[in-house]
Write a protein that binds this ligand. Structure first.
Ligand code: GDP
Length: 186
């Protein structure tokens, strides 16, 4: 697969991967998290529409932007492409320190979301769950919804970070969670 055989950033920095289904708000979250000027694109898996983009964030870590999965308009056969690509990446990343898995606050987790979360726990990869677009709900509704998603998926409360790319809420919590992850020995 592309990720397993393709060019990878030199394994000198820890890596953090970002995953979620298409339209979950991944680009917006990454833009909020890291000022674009601080981002240097270091590589992408070549020749693929569903590719992995690698960015180096200062001298801290490499950010792996995994392809968004499960987009409704993509035919079933194409949808399944994401799995071996992402799986190959996750299994072969020596420097992977953690994954940020994104979930949209308005939607129930899909089968693909559950597949990802199960796979991450099977691999034992530290996982932070960012619940995106919390500004779309009122404050109390958002708090309740975060609690029910946390329970539904059997997550630890301290794994879950409510996030809004519009208001910036959750940005600092996410940044400090990443600093903790990259500081941990693999
Ligand atoms: P991606 O496909 O996962 O990279 O998703 P994008 O970052 O492109 O976002 C998909 C859509 O959701 C866009 O229309 C964004 O403007 C919108 N969006 C993303 N994050 C937020 C958020 O925190 N709040 C709101 N209200 N909209 C958001």
């Amino acid at each position: 697969m592309a990720a397993a055989g393709g060019w990878r950033p030199p394994p000198t920095l820890p890596e953090i991967a970002f995953a979620g289904r298409s339209n979950v708000g991944k680009s917006s979250l990454i833009n909020r998290l890291v000022r674009r000027k601080a981002l240097a694109r270091v590589s992408k898996t070549p020749g693929r529409t569903r590719e992995i983009n690698f960015f180096q964030v200062n001298d801290l870590f490499v950010l792996a932007d995994l392809p968004g999965y499960g987009y409704a308009r993509i035919a079933k056969a194409r949808q399944a492409e994401w799995l071996p690509l992402i799986e190959g990446y996750l299994r072969n990343s020596e420097r992977l320190r953690g994954v940020v898995q994104l979930l949209d606050i308005r939607h129930d987790p899909t089968d693909d979301d559950r597949l990802m979360l199960d796979f991450l726990s099977e691999l034992g990869v530290p996982t932070v769950v960012a619940i995106t677009k919390i500004d779309k709900l009122g404050r109390q509704a958002a708090v309740d919804r975060v609690a029910s998603l946390t329970a539904l998926l059997g997550l630890d409360t301290d794994q879950v970070i409510p996030f809004s790319a519009v208001t910036g809420e959750g940005r600092d919590e996410l940044a400090s969670a990443l600093v903790t992850l990259v500081g941990k020995p693999g």
